[in-house]
Design a protein around this ligand. Structure first.
Ligand SMILES: *Cc1c(COP(=O)(O)O)cnc(C)c1O
Length: 377
């Protein structure tokens, strides 16, 4: 059996008629930029997230970039975020000329360690970016309290957490701004690049609209140096169809994650831990295991694709050699980067496939154990 890490064609085939109709509707309308679909999707996505506004952006990375600009973050400022995240979170801070200040993650939730955030705050700190990694929210209440007492902005990186909840509220709706990516494999994905920022703040909302389209509050009036970073009509039309399935798909992700948990319960594998404060939507199902690279190779031989999110933390990447961090700066992030393994998980993954993956994983662990014993003897 071959199990791919992603299988977006399976998702397409389930809703092909609806998607084809939506795409055809856009093509025949002749309106491809900032038309009815973007406006409607913004309304629908804001309602889904429980915020007043949403602004469609060209990608999740651009959403983070424009969110920081809207908050007025710039050169000389510091922004605190997690060492264990996709590099885009940190690049966005660099794009506005601010300095990324990284902190380690909480060992259980894999999200920002709040005590370390507090210690990292200086006079230059302007914002905190909690990352709701793998589909689980960071512990937001203490972060929001810290931000309030230090007058900092909170920009949520919810790129992996569409529909995730924190104490009954949706990811993205808790801070000043919530940034989403609609990269195809995300829980809500376009058929290309896309992103959004959600907010309840009227002023930030207006700024985002201006920044995403050449600094224009209206056509031919350029108030600031803006960008060409709009969500396009085709992607918006596709996202409007898929948004209607998001809750069902997230439920399916949770069901399959529970099945993995059950099948792997009596092994040495360390399973993801759902925090009591929220609802995890399993963008990724990430385990930790000893001899990770050997396990990964064994699974590959058995036809099972896995990935690592992320194998080299940002502070050890060449691009950030000048930040002043090195090996040992963030012990948990660094240790985990050698142990984490993302198993296939998407709503269209079949139960038999999950069972097969669990079986092959157990077989790999047993064989490595035997070889280890032989080696030692
Ligand atoms: C995917 C992702 C992004 C970037 O989104 P793009 O749409 O790929 O630009 C940012 N942060 C996190 C945590 C992500 O997973």
């Amino acid at each position: 059996m071959r199990v791919p890490f992603d299988a977006l064609e399976r998702q397409y085939s389930k809703i092909a008629d609806e998607l084809d109709r939506a795409i055809k509707g856009v093509l025949s309308s002749g309106r491809y930029i900032l038309g009815e679909n973007v406006a409607k999707f913004e309304e629908e996505f804001a309602r889904y997230c429980g915020t007043k506004h949403a602004v469609g952006i060209s990608s999740g990375t651009a959403a983070l970039h424009l969110a920081l600009l809207a908050c007025g973050v710039g050169p000389g400022d510091e922004v605190i975020t997690a060492a264990n995240t996709y590099i885009a979170t940190i690049f966005a801070i660099s794009y506005v000329g601010a300095k990324p200040v990284l902190v380690d993650i909480d060992p259980e939730s894999y999200t920002l360690d709040v005590a370390q955030v507090e210690r990292a705050i200086t006079e230059r700190t302007r914002a905190i970016i909690p990352v709701h990694l793998y589909g689980q929210c960071a512990d937001m209440d203490p972060i929001l309290e810290l931000a309030k007492s230090h007058k900092l902005r909170v920009i949520e990186d919810a790129a992996q957490a569409h529909g995730a909840e924190y104490k009954g509220r949706k990811a993205g709706s808790l801070g000043d701004l919530g940034c989403f990516s609609f990269y195809p494999s995300k829980n809500l994905g376009a058929c290309g690049d896309g992103g959004a920022v959600v907010t309840n703040d009227e002023e930030l909302y207006q700024k985002l609209r201006i920044y995403r389209y050449m600094g224009q509050p209206r056509k031919h009036l350029h108030m600031v140096i803006g960008y060409q970073e709009r969500l396009d009509e085709l992607q918006a039309a596709i996202l409007r169809v898929k948004l209607r399935y998001l809750d069902r798909w997230n439920e399916e992700r949770r069901r399959l994650a529970a099945l993995y948990n059950q099948l792997l319960a009596d092994t040495e594998v360390l399973l993801p831990k759902e925090q009591p404060y929220g609802r995890h939507v399993y963008h990724l199902y990430v385990i930790r295991v000893r001899r990770r690279d050997a396990v990964k190779a064994r699974l590959a031989e058995a036809g099972i694709e896995t990935q690592i999110h992320y194998p080299t933390p940002a502070h050890l990447q060449p691009a950030y050699a000048d930040l002043g961090y090195g090996k040992g700066s963030f012990p948990i992030t660094e240790r985990y980067s050698g142990e984490i393994l993302s198993l296939p998980l998407y709503p269209e993954l079949k139960e038999e496939e999950v069972r097969e993956i669990a079986r092959e994983l157990k077989r790999a662990l047993e064989r490595l154990e035997l070889e280890g014993v032989a080696h030692a003897a």
